[in-house]
Design a protein around this ligand. Structure first.
Ligand SMILES: CCCCCCC[C@H](O)CC(=O)SCCNC(=O)CCNC(=O)[C@H](O)C(C)(C)COP(=O)([O-])OP(=O)([O-])OC[C@H]1O[C@@H](n2cnc3c(N)ncnc32)[C@H](O)[C@@H]1OP(=O)([O-])[O-]
Length: 719
């Protein structure tokens, strides 16, 4: 819908009305076309302002319409009609002008933005390109290099940057629509020849061919198999080398290919999945819409190691007062410095003042007495955490929420040491905690709905996507990692190398293969967990018991490397070697290859050829299978939760939608069949045994991923 009003006697104001973001649905497009026709035909209207209802200009095309039979006036001719009209049109940009919304504004003759507005062309994140003229008008307006950067990254700019770049004509702190009306009055009747961007020549970057070859190389490297960024470069090249009309034709052709691609479907699924996880529920019936969070103004972080420092920064940047506690004086001093540096860099990036004043430091727990919420972030040791929870229960106000940052310890056990177990939840942050977008909020059987709601909201305030998950070893993310890692180890035993496994996973789109990732995060982390689980048997490096635990296949390879002090990057060697401890560049290690050969010889294992397809099937399907088990157990409420966790926390390629969505693109029956095949070959590996839920879904005709929640609910209620 769009509303027309006549103001100041001669300015027609067209207001887009489609809450919450005024997306350009068919009804809105109809409204704009009708209201513009009215404005352009009525003689008393001399100029026009386009704005959006409720302080938001426009969030772009209506993504919900994609994939359906699209009706209504198309965007390109609609915007062309505005630009080519005889009356000046001013875009009054408040809040957001994104995607098609910015393209609409670029079709207007003038643009005024409110100082708090954000502008951008984020289509690339949806597997698309700005196909309503964005790839052709923006470079004509701000030059090819700047447009290329904005379009291929989908980055938003502030109003101030938009003004610097020349995307807008004016920025105001006052009422944007009033300012736009004033401008519209002043330009009524003036020539529009110099205001139609499509008429501008596109400034050519020097060395056009070289410029685009380099750009394409860079984009291909960072895109990791995503098609949209590559298509964006192609469209920009057309803008720089062809007349506007031909450039538009190229934009359309490229969009046609992207629009129907699996990648676009995956990325659009992921867009909605990130929002769906906010509508959380637990098996006991707590829900996002019936659980009221309590306000948190002051929080404490206990333990200022790497994670605690990041959490402190995230809380301070979210505007909370933070008491940062570290009992070791030296560590406290180092942490103060590190936190200040992180705050400074963050503030510089965001163009704000560093939030130093939000943090007070302490070497004892007493100042946490009046905080609303504590995040304990000490070393992953149950005894240590238990003793801190007991102390916190003594010191804190009775209603203080007690949260623990843990990647897998039992929340319920910890809660049993708190005065009020219902106020205890887990908050699993990912390193670096002030940067990574993901937060697993772990509820135990005793966590109150309010505690879960409060932790979820706090995560959002820290600019994270919070996902509520149940309590089990490893929660969702690390629990699924276990069978994935296990398969990678088994593949080494059977003849693969770390390089081969990593290459297969990186070509699939992971930022890092499993071995490179283990080297980065430290092999000792998993070793500690396996030791705690009683899986590491000293002196069992040969003999029949070495490769079996509790009747199932086990690979001690990771343990053997750790016994030799090879913890990964930090020690200068792991699955790869590095120039020095802390080195970052992984190099193939002849020692490791020799070690693997000797290991196979010691265990009577014949190396066979492992191909990339087998790596993908064994590692990824085992991980997906565990995902189905997690759904079956009610640890995650829906596939979206798992997919968001894997994309935002574990480097799963976004353009593949997440593991559960990916399973639907492969075909659930294919995943089932391949798991059965691999399980037949490795009957002593339970991770490869297809789980019940997967079988049930296949038997029910493999319903689409968005209907799994209902399916799971129904199949539970039948039990
Ligand atoms: C062949 C065809 C040719 C077509 C040509 C098209 C060309 C064009 O270039 C393509 C586009 O514009 S592509 C588009 C390019 N634009 C983008 O990529 C912008 C995407 N949007 C965003 O990034 C964020 O939503 C905002 C920053 C706008 C607001 O953030 P915030 O304040 O945190 O709010 P929030 O929680 O995020 O959203 C609130 C609710 O609004 C919903 N919704 C939002 N946008 C929607 C949309 N465009 N649509 C529909 N719905 C949209 C969202 O799902 C949620 O619904 P729920 O039911 O309550 O869960």
């Amino acid at each position: 819908m769009a509303l027309f009003t006549l103001v100041s006697g001669s300015v027609g104001v067209v207001t887009l009305q489609n809450p919450p973001v005024n997306a350009l649905s068919a009804a809105v497009r109809h409204g704009i076309v009708d209201m513009m026709d009215k404005a352009l035909s009525e003689p008393e209207v001399k100029s026009v302002v386009i704005c959006g209802q409720n302080g938001r200009f426009c969030g772009g095309a209506d993504i919900k319409e994609f994939g359906k039979n699209m009706t209504g006036p198309p965007l390109v001719p609609m915007i062309h009609r505005i630009e080519s009209g005889a009356k000046p049109v001013v875009a009054a940009i408040e809040g957001i002008a994104l995607g098609g919304g910015l393209e609409l504004a670029l079709g207007c003759h003038y643009r005024i933005a409110h100082s708090k507005a954000r502008l951008g062309l984020p289509e690339v994140h949806l597997g698309l390109l700005p196909a309503a003229g964005g790839t052709q008008r923006l470079p004509r307006l701000i030059g090819v290099p700047a447009a290329l950067e904005l379009i291929t990254t989908g980055r938003y700019v502030t109003a101030a940057e938009a003004l610097r770049l020349g995307m807008v004509d004016e920025v105001t702190d006052g009422n944007t629509v009033d300012a736009a009306v004033k401008l519209a009055l002043s330009v009524a009747g003036k020539s529009l020849d110099a205001r139609r961007i499509s008429n501008y020549p596109c400034p050519q970057p020097p060395g056009l061919d070289r410029f685009f070859e380099t750009a394409m190389q860079q984009v291909r490297q960072s895109a990791r198999g995503a098609m949209a960024p590559v298509a964006c470069v192609q469209a920009l090249r057309a803008a720089a080398s062809q007349p506007y009309g031909e450039g538009m034709q190229r934009e359309k052709e490229l969009m046609d290919t992207l629009f129907h691609s699996g990648q676009a479907r995956a990325l659009q699924y992921f867009f909605f999945a990130q929002r769906a996880v906010g509508r959380w529920s637990t098996p006991s019936g707590s829900r996002w819409d019936s659980s009221k969070p309590r306000p948190v103004h002051k929080a404490a972080v206990v333990g200022l190691g790497t994670m605690g420092r990041g959490i402190t920064v995230a809380l301070a940047q979210a505007g909370l007062s933070v008491v940062a506690v570290e009992t070791h004086e030296k560590q406290l001093m180092e942490a103060r410095q590190a936190v200040s540096g992180m705050l400074e860099r963050g503030a510089k990036r965001r163009g704000v003042a560093p939030a130093y004043g939000k943090i007070s430091y302490s070497s004892d727990l007493l100042p946490v007495a009046d905080v609303d919420l504590v995040i304990e972030a000490v070393f992953e040791d149950m005894e240590l955490k238990r003793s801190i929870f007991e102390q916190l229960s003594e010191i804190c106000k009775p209603d203080t929420f007690l949260c623990t940052n843990t990647s897998g310890l039992d929340i319920d056990r910890l809660a049993s040491h708190a005065r009020n177990p219902e106020l205890v939840v887990g908050m699993h942050f990912f390193a670096p905690a002030h940067v990574m977008k993901l937060l697993e909020v772990v509820y135990g059987p005793r966590s109150s709905p309010q505690a879960v709601a409060t932790a979820m909201l706090l995560g959002r305030k820290m600019d994270k996507v919070s996902v509520a998950v149940g309590n089990c070893p490893g929660f969702v993310g690390n629990r699924m990692l276990k069978p994935y890692l296990e398969q990678a180890f088994f593949l080494l035993e059977e003849g693969a190398t770390p390089e081969l496994v990593d290459q297969a996973l990186e070509e699939f789109g992971f930022a890092m293969g499993v071995f490179r990732m283990s080297d980065l995060s430290g092999l000792d982390v998993g070793w500690r967990v396996r030791k705690a689980d009683g899986l590491v048997v000293a002196g069992a490096s040969t003999g029949p018991s070495a490769r079996s635990r509790r009747g199932f296949r086990y690979s001690p390879l990771g343990d053997l490397l750790c016994e030799r002090g090879r913890f990964g990057q930090k020690t200068g060697s792991g699955w790869y070697r590095y120039d020095k401890p802390g080195g970052r560049v992984a190099k193939s290690d002849p020692w490791l290859h020799g070690f693997l050969e000797q290991y196979r010889a010691d265990h009577g294992l014949a190396a066979r050829r492992v191909d990339q397809q087998e790596v993908l099937e064994r590692c990824l399907y085992a991980l997906i299978n565990e995902g189905f088990r997690i759904l079956e157990d009610g640890i995650a409420a829906g596939p979206e939760d798992i997919d968001v966790i894997y994309v935002l926390g574990y480097g799963w390629p976004r353009h593949r939608g997440g593991p559960m969505f990916y399973a639907t693109t492969v075909g659930l029956s294919e995943v089932l069949e391949r798991l059965e095949h691999h399980h037949r070959a490795h009957p002593d590996v339970p991770g490869l045994q297809p789980c019940r839920l997967l079988r049930k879904l296949v038997a029910s005709g493999s319903p689409p991923v968005h209907s799994w929640r209902e399916f799971i609910k129904k199949s539970r209620s039948h039990l």
